[in-house]
Ligand binder design. Structure first.
Ligand SMILES: *[C@@H]1O[C@H](CO)[C@@H](O)[C@H](O)[C@H]1NC(C)=O
Ligand SMILES: *[C@@H]1O[C@H](CO)[C@@H](O)[C@H](O)[C@H]1NC(C)=O
Ligand SMILES: *[C@@H]1O[C@H](CO)[C@@H](O)[C@H](O)[C@H]1NC(C)=O
Length: 232
């Protein structure tokens, strides 16, 4: 006896709005996926795969590409329908003057000296965040970008740039700007010799241009800052 598996693939995408569907309340660039399976009153089995995305038309840098492949396989009298939907979303458009490093993200070195808090806001305003280094490769990228800007006019310390990490809440407990994730879980933390200091007025992590090392320095210093935007 053949088992009929009916898969309805419903894709809510720009350009093909379905009237029965409500507008999904999704954040920009969010993707939600669900699978439901039931039998209707005549015993037919109905499976639904729903995929919704939250791209914002004007902020989005291109159309979503959707390919649906379907095939039917019969093995030992059992028929199954395979549907593979491949959705390729374009990368979100980065903030102004962000540079793409494939596999890593978008980066920008702000060369107007700012306090850590001001720098935090500048990055957020551009849709990014103060950079968090997760690998040696990423550290080299920041170092290379810093090298292109040998002079940071008006900086408290020309060789330093703020990163997205601090120990403001508890001396010596360094965390990233994300929900208190420990700095030592990021995959790269390269303290300079004698760092971090035990100085309670030095609470923000900086990146040293030549050494690619970390120091903790006063958040009120006015320094260059690295912003980062993730590749989603
Ligand atoms: C159950 O689904 C099948 C296949 O779509 C359909 O032919 C049938 O009419 C449905 N039965 C009810 C009661 O909706
Ligand atoms: C990682 O950092 C946390 C918070 O600063 C600290 O409690 C913990 O001991 C550190 N772990 C290691 C292995 O350094
Ligand atoms: C702590 O850092 C501040 C700012 O750099 C500096 O003025 C002060 O002397 C430091 N204190 C100690 C004990 O090193």
């Amino acid at each position: 006896m053949a088992l009929f598996l009916l898969l309805l693939l419903l894709l809510s995408v720009r350009g093909s709005p379905s009237q029965e569907m409500q507008c999904p309340s999704l954040r920009t660039a969010a993707l939600s996926f669900s699978v439901a399976s039931s039998r209707n009153q005549t015993g037919h089995r109905i499976a639904q795969v729903m995929l919704k995305h939250g791209a914002q038309t004007e902020a989005d840098s291109g159309a979503w590409q959707i390919d649906v492949d379907q095939n039917t396989v019969i093995c030992d009298g059992v028929e199954s329908v395979n549907i593979v939907a491949t959705v390729t979303a374009p990368p979100t458009r980065p903030g102004p003057d962000y540079e793409l490093f494939p596999g890593l993200g978008y980066y920008k070195l702000h060369t107007t000296p700012r306090t850590w808090e001001e720098a935090w806001r500048s990055c957020a305003f551009e849709g990014g965040h103060l950079a968090i280094v997760n690998s040696e490769t990423e550290a080299r990228v920041l170092q290379m970008m810093f090298a292109r800007n040998p002079k940071i006019v008006g900086s408290t310390q020309n060789d330093y740039a703020f990163l997205g990490a601090h120990d403001m809440f508890s001396e010596g407990q360094f965390t990233t700007i994300f929900a208190g994730d420990p700095l030592n879980k990021t995959g790269y933390w390269n303290w300079a010799k004698g760092q971090p200091s035990k100085n309670t007025s030095s609470n923000c992590v900086i990146f040293h241009r030549m050494e690619a090392t970390y120091y903790d320095k006063p958040c009120t210093w006015k320094l260059a800052a690295f912003c980062e935007q993730e590749l989603y």
